[in-house]
Design a protein around this ligand. Structure first.
Ligand SMILES: Cc1cc2nc3c(=O)[nH]c(=O)nc-3n(C[C@H](O)[C@H](O)[C@H](O)COP(=O)(O)OP(=O)(O)OC[C@H]3O[C@@H](n4cnc5c(N)ncnc54)[C@H](O)[C@@H]3O)c2cc1C
Length: 402
């Protein structure tokens, strides 16, 4: 048996034995997890030393090869383990490892590994999304603190976060990209408030975060003052590979395979219907091509070379692919997928709390209850992390030289 196969068996057995059954079932059906369920699973990964596969060994990474990391990811998906908390482990961790001061590294990285700090990302503002450099949340020096005023929006998971890493304007006279700094802000600081934003899927996915005279120690600035733009940009490399969403796409394809076996049309399972076969195979081929390309780029990073702007295509292709997977899921389940899962809507009174459940009638297929919501969730994937239109612009200018 090859070493890689032995490693695969080890991971598979770990997931089988350690993933709580309730979490596995929710992930399989596409039901949203709450923070405690994430933490339960992440705690098991931490105890095994597998919490941060992409971090250097010095900071707690397991020292795996790119192939091992790919196998690990694949086995997690196949075993219905949840996707990790990307902002905490794939954004804040690398920012601190590459740009943090020794004091910041020694304080914050162990807190992340101990699962004590959960982070959210404060980049976008009501008037600064694609044009991020026009952000206006300002931080004014007052002795050894900054005083922060302004607002961030579309902040995913802020309701669960202990800390937020923010882009703030520290020089209003400089050119837009040159007057920005990165601050680490404790969400419990006086003057931080949240407003929930309920998405079209009915979930509280986003928030608007307000800063009203929030005092932040200067020690919590990452990198030099007014050089936050280069810190933020250096993250893009990591982000683009992750935003290709290969694992999430594999999970969807497996779901579609099950639907193809179980849902019937004109007396036969969908997997034998030509229209379903054609669309399923096309998605499968697109996923394999994406997966091979991501692996190729991971090897380039591993060999110490930088990545060029062409990796923007991975995000473009992966986010479009996942939307097409969800579209086929809804088309395959048909009218049943219009059923709305009230339990996914946290703001509604639950039947257990005495309210009637208006959606009590069980849909016919087990994936039906979440199909519409999941389709709406992935609608945002071609907007988040750089919209498709903007990605096209970057590829046209920087790669094709148009
Ligand atoms: C699921 C999801 C999660 C998110 N999570 C976070 C988070 O945790 N933290 C955070 O800070 N932000 C988050 N965001 C916000 C995200 O970064 C912004 O939505 C994104 O940058 C687009 O900005 P905008 O919404 O202001 O749209 P705009 O920038 O106003 O764009 C509106 C439309 O115009 C198009 N457009 C804009 N500029 C151009 C151009 N130059 N050429 C052609 N077309 C253009 C865009 O493609 C889009 O279709 C999240 C968004 C989503 C959908």
């Amino acid at each position: 048996m090859s070493d890689l196969q032995a490693f695969r068996d080890e991971v598979r057995e770990f997931v089988r034995a350690q993933l709580p059954a309730r979490v596995r079932e929710k992930v399989r059906l596409g039901v949203e997890l709450d923070k405690s369920e994430h933490l339960e699973w992440l705690g098991r990964l931490r105890d095994r030393g597998w919490l941060v596969p992409n971090w250097p060994q010095r900071w707690g990474g397991p020292g795996w090869t790119p192939a091992q990391r790919a196998v690990f990811q694949e086995e997690l998906v196949l075993g219905h383990a949840p996707e990790g908390a990307g902002i905490t482990f794939e954004m804040v961790g690398p920012i601190l490892i590459h740009h943090g001061s020794p004091a910041q590294q020694q304080h914050f990285l162990p807190k992340i590994l101990a699962l004590e700090h959960w982070w959210c990302q404060g980049y976008s503002e009501p008037n600064a999304g694609s044009d991020l450099a026009s952000l206006a949340t300002r931080a004014v020096r007052d002795g050894d603190h900054y005083v922060v005023d302004g607002s961030k929006i579309w902040t995913s998971g802020a309701q669960y976060a202990d800390w937020i890493f923010c882009l703030v304007r520290t020089d209003r006279e400089a050119r837009p990209q040159q007057g920005i700094s990165v601050l680490l802000i404790d969400m419990k600081s006086p003057g931080v408030t949240l407003r929930p934003i309920i998405g079209i899927h009915g979930w509280r996915y986003f928030n608007q975060v307000f800063f009203d005279g929030v005092r932040v120690p200067v020690d919590h600035r990452v990198g030099d003052e007014n050089h936050g733009w280069s810190v933020a940009k250096s993250l893009l490399e990591h982000e683009r590979l992750n935003l290709s969403r290969v694992g999430e796409n594999r999970r969807r394809l497996a779901r579609l395979r099950a639907i193809g076996r179980e849902v019937r049309e004109a007396g036969e399972p969908l997997e034998r219907r030509a229209w379903f076969q054609r669309r399923y195979r096309e998605l499968e081929v697109r996923l394999e091509a994406l997966s091979a390309t991501v692996l190729r780029y991971r090897r380039i990073v591993e060999s110490g070379q930088g990545l060029g702007p062409e990796t923007g295509m991975l995000k473009l292709v992966g986010s479009r692919l996942i939307q097409d997977m969800e579209n086929l899921t809804v088309d395959a389940i048909g009218p049943d997928s219009v059923a709305y899962d009230a339990r996914a809507h946290r703001e509604l009174p639950s039947p257990a709390a005495g309210g009637a459940d208006p959606f009590a009638e069980a849909p016919r297929h087990e994936f039906a209850a979440t199909a519409s919501a999941r389709r709406f969730v992935t609608r945002g994937y071609t907007i988040a992390g750089g919209s498709s239109e903007v990605q096209h612009n970057v590829l046209a200018k920087q790669v094709l030289g148009l």
